[in-house]
Design a protein around this ligand. Structure first.
Ligand code: NAD
Length: 438
């Protein structure tokens, strides 16, 4: 199959590289020339474990190329995937579809011969039909089908998720398009990964319903965590106890500083908006959005409380700013709420993150960047663990404590126990969902 992948972000680049590894001929397109120049030099513009080696292998095999020329990539392609961003539209919470529609129009002008135009971006129900209208409007005689193929990969584990998915969802409206999609995903089908074939609307809905469900699950646990703190229960034990129930499952039951990232915040907002527009309000989802904001703000109180009610004049070491480990993505990370509040409260904030600095420098003004956690802890009054990178899971706690002015820790990812930190010389400790008196 010949595939054009429009957009080389976290989803487009990983999908393009993996499709080429399946044996397809893939041309990845981006309108950002700096990204394409990097890719042509063999450099990967994002941090995603394993991506550089897989990319190099497929470039060497002659199956994977990069261009800014969308028309060149689309000509002769069997399938054109749209993997551009769908951020929140300013003002109303809806998904901004302008990048998708602009790409659809450009694709229409370049198409020659039967083409399946596949939306991989996360788009609200009804968008694929709009894409179809845009293409028909731009090129009335075009021979094409649209297909919805939402992506479920997680940053940090993206290649494995793509190569070994829980399922692939394909929404189609013709057998011909279904055949093209089956051919593209044949290597997964042959290895028995489930392919769920649906109509267009159901495929679009599956993506939002899945993300909303996960956001509900994690927010539920965060709310239970707060109650645990009040009544003296331990959320880790509670999560284990409920997660062993097969109907519930043990994933997404870790209490923390609230969800963030490039998907859950924007997708829950867009989904809630869709519900409102169709007179079927998603009240649970709307509440989750509100509760998650409160969860993030509660983390600020936790740090303040550890410092006796105020961080004014205090030095705070923040370990981790990306929204989760193993990515450089900072979009809607809890750090973007918590760190500015600490700076605004008069704290000197010393930050360390294995991959977050490149993005984070512009997003977190007024902080001092450090190279390692021990440097960040120098003369600090409190250390805050915000992202559970492996580097921060195995700290030499004694070494940390010795460098601090007052060894206190806000462990917002529940990495340590009060016994661990007490033994290392910490004098105050706060986790999430547990009462930890040292
Ligand atoms: P991203 O912002 O990292 O990448 C989007 C890319 O598209 C950018 O490089 C941009 O320059 C390019 N682009 C925009 N318009 C273009 C055009 N007309 N022609 C060529 N290139 C164009 O976004 P992302 O994180 O990869 O997300 C893409 C979509 O996938 C979104 O809808 C997102 O919700 C969805 N998604 C993301 C994830 C994730 O973990 N990031 C997971 C599942 C689904």
């Amino acid at each position: 199959m010949r595939i054009a992948m429009i957009g080389t972000g976290y989803v487009g680049l990983v999908s393009g590289v993996c499709f080429s590894d399946f044996g397809h001929d893939v041309i990845c397109v981006d309108k950002n020339p700096a990204k394409i120049e990097m890719l042509e030099r063999g450099e990967v513009p994002i941090f995603e474990p394993g991506l550089d080696a897989l990319l190099a292998r497929n470039v060497d095999a002659g199956r994977l190329t990069f261009t800014t020329d969308l028309a060149k990539a689309v000509k002769g392609a069997d399938a054109v995937f749209i993997a551009v961003g769908t951020p929140t539209r300013r003002g109303d919470g809806h998904a901004d579809l302008s990048y998708v529609m602009a790409a659809a129009e450009e694709i229409a002008h370049a198409m020659d011969g039967y083409t399946v135009v596949v939306t991989k971006s996360t788009v609200p129900v009804g968008t694929n039909r709009q894409v179809q209208e845009v293409i028909r409007g731009a090129k009335p005689d075009a021979e094409f089908d649209v297909a919805s193929n939402p992506e479920f990969l997680r940053e940090g584990a993206a290649i494995d998720d793509f190569m070994r998915p829980d399922r692939v969802v394909v929404g189609v409206q013709s057998d011909r398009a279904a055949d093209v999609m089956s051919e593209i995903y044949r290597p997964l089908f042959l290895r028995d990964f489930p392919i769920v074939t649906t109509d267009l609307e159901s495929a679009e809905m599956i993506k939002y319903a899945a993300n909303a469900f996960l956001a509900v699950k994690i927010t539920f646990v965060n709310e239970i965590a707060r109650l645990c703190e009040q009544v003296g229960a331990d959320i880790k034990q509670v999560s284990k106890g409920i997660g062993l129930d097969g109907r519930i499952g043990n994933k997404f039951l870790h209490a923390g500083p609230g969800y963030g990232g490039s998907c859950f915040p924007k997708d829950t907002r867009a989904f809630a908006r869709t519900g409102q527009e169709h007179a079927a309000p998603l009240q649970l989802v709307e509440t989750v959005i509100k509760v998650n904001d409160e969860v993030k703000r509660r983390m600020i109180d936790k740090v303040m409380d550890l410092c006796g009610g105020s961080v004014n004049g205090k030095t705070v070491a923040v370990l981790g700013v990306t929204f989760k480990p193993n990515t450089d993505d900072m979009r809607e990370a809890p750090s973007l709420t918590i760190v500015p509040a600490l700076v605004g409260g008069g704290a000197k904030v010393r930050v360390v993150d294995p991959q977050g600095r490149r993005e984070g420098e512009a997003l977190l003004p007024g902080v001092h960047w450090c190279d390692d956690p021990y440097e960040a802890a120098e003369k600090a009054d409190v250390v805050v663990i915000l992202t559970e990178w492996n580097e921060f899971r195995a700290l030499d706690l004694k070494r940390m404590a010795e460098r601090m002015e007052t060894p206190r820790m806000a462990d917002l990812r529940n990495v340590y126990s009060s016994a661990d930190v007490k033994e290392a010389g910490f004098t105050a400790y706060a986790a999430v969902g547990r009462r930890d008196d040292l």
